[in-house]
Every structure is written in C-alpha cells, then in structure tokens.
Write a protein that binds this ligand. Structure first.
Ligand SMILES: Nc1nc2c(c(=O)[nH]1)N[C@H]1C(S)=C(S)[C@@H](COP(=O)(O)O)O[C@H]1N2
Ligand SMILES: [Mo]
Length: 416
C-alpha cells in the first residue's frame, strides 16, 4: 500500500524545513528600535543567538519581548509539500495545535486580504440580501468552540516503515475557534425555510466553492474570525473562514466572501472531479462531509526508539460524528484489545488524548489503537477499507495505524 490520492496525500515527503527565529527578529527589530526598551533589547542578546550558559543564574536573562519565542532547543516544523503542510503530531502534547503548526492546504496559495475592504455577501433565497463588513460580523453575539479540522485526503502509508504520524495523518489540527454562528446570520438575512443548500465561496485566487446543506448552517456552523485567542491566521482563512465542525476540511471555505442560499447543490469542481470516493460496487459517493472516527498512537511512533520497561502509550482520537466513546489499544498485533484512558474533557468533534500504560518485555511486537465513537462506529483496518471500497482508494481513509517495535527498540510504521 503506498498512497491514496494524487491530489493531497501522495506528495513526496521532503526534509523538514527548520524555520529559524531570524526572519521574525528582523521585523521585530524595526519596531523595537523606536522605544527605549527596544534599545536595551537590541543592546542585549538577540534571542536568535541564545546560547545556554553553563550556569543560567550567573548571566542576565533576555528582557521581555514583543512576542514570545519557542526555545531554540525545541524544533517544531510542519512538513511541507507543494500543496499542503502537515502538523508534527508526534512532537505535540495535549489537544490544541499551536496556531503556527496548524496544517495548511491551499489550492492557489494564501491571499493577502485587507480587512478594511473585506466584505461578506449573503444572498439567494433570503428575504434581505446583505453585505457584512468584518466589523459588522464582530458586532453579533459570538461563540467559541474547540474542534478538529481534518482534510479528507489525510492519509499516507508506505512499506519501508519510516514515516511519522505527521506524514501518515498530519492533515488534522485542533483549535479553539471564535466567531459568529451562521444561524445568527441566517436569521438576520431571513433565510427562506425552503432553502436546502447554500454555496460558500472563498476570496482566494482559487475562488474555491462548495455546496453545503443549509441544515448544517442552522445546526453548528460558525463564521470564525479568531483562532486560539487571536485573529484567524492568513493560512487558516484571515479574516473569516467557514467552520463546519466534524466535516471534511475542504468544505470549511477559507477567506469566505459569499454565501448563496439555494434549494439544490451547485456541483462545483471541488465536489465532482475531486472530493468524491469509491464505496464499492462501482459506486462513487459524492457528498461525504462527515469525517469518520480515527485514532493514532503518537508515542511511541517513528522516529522514536524505546527501551524495554514501562512505556506510556499516548495518542489522539477524534470523530466527526460526535464524541469519542472509547479508544482500544492492542500490544499484540490486534489479537487482544484493552481500553485506554481518555483525558477529560472529552469534547464533541474534537481531538481527545488517550493513554495506556504498558510494560514492554523487549520482544518484537506491534502496537495499535482503534477509536469507537458515540454512534458505535469502529475505526477499521486498512484491509477492511480496501475490501469495502473495492481497492479504489480516494478520500476519507481512516485505517488503524500499527507501529512495529523492533528488537533494538526502533519503532516503524506498519500498515494494517
Ligand atoms: N478558499 C479556500 N478555502 C479552502 C481551501 C482553499 O484552497 N481555498 N482549501 C480547503 C481544504 S482542501 C482544506 S483541507 C482546508 C484546510 O484548512 P487549513 O489550511 O486552515 O488547515 O481548507 C479548505 N478551504
Ligand atoms: Mo483538503
């Protein structure tokens, strides 16, 4: 088994680019030079040149900065290809993805949008077609929620085993999103009760469009203008993106500029030539919005090497259908399964951390996890997926991932 789809998941992996702190420092320095504190800062040690002294209690520390920095000892980077970049799941803790490590997928790059000129038009089957500015949107009652966002092309597997969680499923990330409920705006413009679909259009050069059932707009869609406590980042759709909790990334239109209410789908390029998948028997499923339950062990996982003895197996699990009911872990290649511990709070349509304490006797084995959600859906093996889809593998692949522990403790990817 190599890859699933040409568009998203099968880009050759490239070396992780290590972003240095230098680029950011140059911009910060310009601003800093204008303040007294800035002069002191400049005279002192630049954070890009941090060296750990032998005894930190004998050396004056660096003064407060305009923005925080990551320790130079912590190297975190997205794994880029031409069309996307992936979250380093194996290097993260907890459930919130630091905003600068949120995966990115753009069909035509990141547009530079001037918030002062930003407008969102809502028209079609509505009583009052309306144009909203960013300030208008922020005046409405706001809402925050934590949920994952996952690209439906989030899968990659290969036989040599040397791939990390980032490569296998780094096209999922989680944020706390803040914005206005779409239902609030639906009421504001007077959406016709006969409307069943709406078109969402992006203001990037791809002018990406998707048809979304109007019911999702009434249920829990959000027009998000903030992410993890700050304005949504340009890469995530600044100034406003459509957020459809639990639904495939592609439908979460970024740089949102237009919503058109209708009583039928539009059959756009993104839902005809792409983002459809075989479901067996020669049939293709066209609108498959919901992301199925999935889990992955992020430790121990490639490139980690472990020693025999106690190991806390850790990972994340999520489901677009609701809450994770339980995660089961096998330490004997799937022969028997035990229930892992879930870290509270277990949120709806959100990444959840699971843990399982295990004593490894040093013998080669395979460890794996499978997620079960509150609808009783159970994460399948790759073989089960291939059987169900007739070998025609497209989007929405969520197989159980196994890690094989070698005699020397090296952990390698293993397809199930
Ligand atoms: N306007 C616009 N919206 C878009 C895209 C795009 O290229 N243009 N890419 C889509 C795809 S395929 C995915 S998976 C998600 C990725 O969101 P992210 O880059 O914030 O992770 O945005 C979706 N929304
Ligand atoms: Mo995507």
């Amino acid at each position: 088994m190599t890859t699933n789809d040409k568009d998203e998941a099968s880009q050759p992996s490239k070396k992780i680019h290590r972003r240095t702190l230098l680029g950011g420092m140059a911009t910060a320095a310009v601003v800093l030079a204008q303040t007294a504190h800035g002069k002191a800062f400049q005279a002192g040690i630049s954070r890009s040149e941090w060296v750990s002294p032998e005894d930190p209690t004998k050396v004056l520390g660096v003064p407060p900065g305009l923005v925080g920095t990551r320790s130079p000892h912590v190297r975190l980077a997205k794994l880029p290809s031409e069309i996307s970049s992936r979250t380093p799941l194996q290097d993260l803790f907890g459930t919130i993805t630091p905003s600068d490590l949120h995966f990115e997928r753009h069909h035509n790059g990141v547009p530079a949008i001037d918030p002062a000129r930003y407008e969102l038009v809502i028209h079609g089957m509505v009583a009052r077609p309306t144009t909203f500015t960013l300030a208008d949107l922020k005046r409405f009652p706001s809402v925050s929620r934590i949920c994952f966002l996952e690209c439906s092309g989030n899968y990659r597997g290969q036989d040599d085993g040397k791939i990390a969680p980032q490569q296998i499923c780094g096209l999922t990330s989680q944020s706390e999103w803040t914005g206005v409920k779409l239902s609030t705006l639906f009421r504001e413009v007077g959406v016709d009760p006969k409307s069943t679909w709406f078109l969402a259009e992006g203001g990037d050069s791809a002018v990406m469009t998707r048809s979304i059932p109007t019911s999702k707009g009434w249920e829990d869609a959000i027009l998000a203008y903030a992410q993890n406590g700050e304005a949504v980042r340009p890469e995530q759709g600044y100034p406003v993106r459509l957020l459809l909790p639990g639904w495939e990334g592609n439908a979460n239109v970024k740089w949102l500029r237009r919503l058109e209410l209708s009583d039928q789908p539009y059959h756009t390029r993104q839902e005809t030539s792409k983002y459809t998948e075989a479901i067996g028997g020669g049939k293709i499923r066209q609108f498959s919005f919901v992301m199925d339950a999935r889990s992955i062990i992020t430790y121990p996982a490639y490139p980690a090497k472990v020693e025999k003895g106690w190991i806390e197996i850790r990972g994340i699990a999520w489901s677009g259908r609701g809450k994770i009911a339980r995660v089961e872990v096998s330490v004997n290649a799937g022969k028997t399964w035990q229930t892992a511990e879930l870290q509270e709070p277990v949120l709806d349509k959100a990444h959840v951390v699971f843990r399982y304490l295990w004593h490894w006797n040093g013998q080669p084995t395979e460890i794996m996890s499978r997620a079960v959600d509150e609808t009783d859906y159970t994460q399948p093996t790759l073989k089960e997926l291939v059987a169900a889809r007739g070998g025609n593998m497209g989007y929405h692949l969520n197989p159980i991932t196994a890690w094989s522990l070698q005699p020397d403790g090296q952990v390698l990817f293993k397809a199930t």
